[in-house]
Design a protein around this ligand. Structure first.
Ligand SMILES: O=C(O)CCC(=O)C(=O)O
Ligand SMILES: [Fe+2]
Length: 347
């Protein structure tokens, strides 16, 4: 683990191949990065620079379209929570975020005859693609496939680093994990105040990967109230631990709180945030960690207002319904009164 000038660790995934999969120095540095920070730079990941550049270019083309074209694929048209949301629709801890985004998941056909089936199966379905951009879908799907492979490798390495079998997470990610790619555009602040691009939060998945352009603004809270900048570094991603992995490791890995501060007036920022969740029909695996590790666990820090369900499908659906009340009202009103008991029905 090397430390940057900004003191966030950097993990070089290529070392894992070069030195052999059980290389203790590599696994120790990865484990410590996930334990102490829960937020690190990843290099040596094997994703071509050109593919990352293509993805951000497609994102830029998309966000430059006129609003009415973007609204044609607004998320509210999709029962599967896919599509575009303009800036200002999202709140984090009660404050308005200032970013527009498009959510893209696994490209699959919607399921039918769901009447007596678990409600979370409604999450499966097709994406909405912008007709005006012929290269968009191909580029996004290629990038998704390659970064999924990187995240799967990292999960294997993280498992080994905890003295588990490298396959420990295969049952929840190898068949059909719940994936979400958000392409995000943060407009510049309207005035001189420090704007909230996205407010402080933990991710609710297993592992997230962030590709950012050159603008900066991403920050991580290492100790309460102390924010460390995570500026872009050439040919790296940011990887962060999500709540599912924090729970799976009984709090040994840390789901770090992070945020994005809006760019200065006259600037803007693009990013791609890729979230690897667990398979919807699974439950969170709790790893049997050696005592040498559990004794330095920082413990679980769950949000009492947003309790985690161990059944992944319920947990994921709950998160989507909460984040997108307009989609919930239009397509899932039968689940809303009252939300949780109905979602829980099919435990
Ligand atoms: O845009 C970024 O750099 C991070 C976004 C993020 O943290 C999120 O969407 O969960
Ligand atoms: Fe996040």
């Amino acid at each position: 683990m090397t430390r940057t000038a900004y003191s966030l660790p950097t993990i070089d995934l290529s070392l894992w191949d070069k030195r052999g999969k059980s290389d203790a120095a590599f696994l120790d540095s990865l484990r410590l990065a996930a334990h102490e920070y829960g937020f690190f730079y990843l290099k040596g990941h094997g994703i071509p620079l050109s593919l990352n550049a293509d993805l951000l270019r497609q994102a830029q083309h998309f966000f430059s379209l006129p609003l009415e074209q973007k609204e044609k694929i607004a998320m509210v048209h999709s029962p599967h929570f896919r599509g575009y949301n303009r800036a200002g629709l999202e709140l984090t801890r009660g404050r308005q975020d200032w970013r527009e985004q498009i959510d893209i998941g696994s490209e699959k056909a919607a399921l039918t005859d769901l009447e007596d089936k678990p409600a979370y199966l409604r999450l499966q379905g097709p994406n909405q693609w912008p007709e005006a951009l012929p290269e968009f879908k191909k580029t996004v799907l290629a990038w998704q496939e390659q970064t999924l492979n990187v995240l799967r490798q990292l999960l294997e390495a993280l498992s080994l680093s905890l003295a588990q079998d490298k396959t420990a997470f295969h049952p929840v990610v190898n068949d059909s994990p719940y994936l979400l790619l958000k392409l995000i555009h943060y407009p510049g602040s309207q005035n001189n105040e420090e704007g909230q691009g996205v407010g402080p939060h933990k991710d609710s998945d297993l592992l997230s990967l962030i590709l950012q352009d050159n603008e900066g603004g991403l920050e991580v809270e290492l100790t309460s109230g102390q924010w460390l900048k995570a500026p872009p570094q050439p040919d790296t991603f940011i990887v962060n631990i999500g709540e599912l992995l924090e729970v799976a490791t009984s709090g040994y890995f840390r789901a770090a709180i992070h945020r994005v501060v809006s760019p200065r007036s006259g600037h803007d920022r693009l990013s791609a945030a890729f979230f690897l969740g667990a398979q919807l029909d699974s439950t969170i695996p709790i790893l049997p960690l050696p005592e040498s590790l559990t004794k330095s666990s920082i413990g679980l820090t769950q949000d009492p207002e947003n309790p985690l369900f161990s059944q992944i499908g319920q947990n994921t659906l709950k998160g989507r319904l909460r984040s997108h009340p307009d989609v919930a009202a239009r397509h899932h009103s039968d689940l809303l009164s009252p939300v949780l008991p109905k979602v829980l029905d099919h435990a």
